[in-house]
Design a protein around this ligand. Structure first.
Ligand SMILES: C[S@@+](CC[C@H](N)C(=O)[O-])C[C@H]1O[C@@H](n2cnc3c(N)ncnc32)[C@H](O)[C@@H]1O
Length: 293
């Protein structure tokens, strides 16, 4: 069973994700790609990474969006097309499986693949890719999954780019006495098996990815990409605190009263525009030996 995410949550986080991802690493990836790159986006959801990265690549390119959730991939196609058209860029569907965005620097060809990534890289068309990319995925995967992915990328000398890997506990301002219970329960929930090869890496993902790709001779570049949720960003703060509370409550049964107090206090602070949240993330780019970037 794959971990499910709602389209509403992915939409809510898209602007924050776009602000948080490190531009320097994305441009280094762009520079390491061939003239007309083919990108394989794992756990693509509603296509937010395409919407952010394709304009930065800025030339003709092909994307294969892979996700277990067919409804999210459907939404990816319509959202990529709609957002392009809002910017005056025509989007066409030459057939039922393909979206073409006629961007000024060269068209983006977008296709989808509904697949469970539990056994990835098995079943992925790596021979037809110039890079493997993902965003907000690697905290869900296991160390074995990373080892297998690094070996498969290395065998084809493919760059691997992973944006927005969680990299530490969220910091709430102002603090609350029950923050520690929330963080502890949430961290335990992050390690739950999320259906991607075993115990999920959570905040250990950046270090495990770096080790695995370095062992194959890759050059690994990292950069912080924190979410900075400001006091006025009520919908995202609301959704994030609710999600974290639900996750923490699964494990902190003995602290349920304290967690309820925490939730009530955070609700009041969000309503009053008094809560800000910093969520550490880390972007990572692994480049095969000899590839400049
Ligand atoms: C946090 S979301 C990120 C989505 C998107 N990359 C973004 O940044 O908006 C994680 C995505 O991974 C997908 N996913 C989770 N487990 C999966 C699995 N076992 N196989 C395929 N996709 C999976 C989910 O459906 C979801 O779209």
């Amino acid at each position: 069973m794959s971990e499910s995410f709602s389209a509403e949550w992915l939409e809510l986080r898209e602007a924050q994700d776009a602000r948080a991802r490190d531009l320097g690493l994305a441009l280094a990836l762009r520079d390491a790609l061939p003239l007309r790159p083919r990108l394989l986006d794992l756990g693509a959801g509603t296509g937010a990474l395409t919407r952010w990265l394709a304009p930065l690549i800025g030339r003709a390119q092909a994307w294969l969006l892979v996700d277990a959730d067919a409804a999210l991939l459907e939404a990816a196609f319509s959202t990529i097309a709609e957002r392009a058209e809002q910017q005056g860029i025509p989007a066409t569907f030459p057939n039922r499986r393909t979206l073409l965005v006629h961007a000024p620097g060269g068209a983006w060809r977008v296709e989808g693949l509904v697949a469970n990534l539990a056994l990835a890289p098995h079943g992925l068309p790596l021979a037809q890719a110039d890079a493997v990319v993902c965003s907000a995925l690697c905290d869900l995967v296991s160390a074995d999954w990373v080892e297998a992915m690094a070996a498969a990328c290395a065998s084809r000398r493919l760059p691997f780019y992973a944006a927005l890997n969680t990299a530490g506990p969220a910091r709430f301002t102002p603090p609350h006495p029950a923050d520690a219970y929330l963080r502890r329960g949430f961290a335990r929930d992050q390690a739950r098996d999320k259906g991607l090869g075993g115990r999920a890496l959570g905040d250990a993902a950046p270090a495990v990815l770096a080790r695995a790709f370095t062992a194959h001779g890759y050059r690994v570049l990292t950069a912080p990409s924190p979410w900075r949720i400001r006091r006025g960003d009520r919908p995202l703060a609301q959704a994030l605190t609710e999600g974290m509370l639900e996750a923490a409550a699964r494990w902190e049964r003995g602290a349920s009263r304290r967690l309820q107090e925490w939730a009530a206090a955070r609700q009041a602070q969000i309503a009053a525009g008094r809560l800000s949240i910093l969520v550490p993330h880390c972007d990572l780019l692994a480049l095969p030996p000899g590839v400049p970037g």
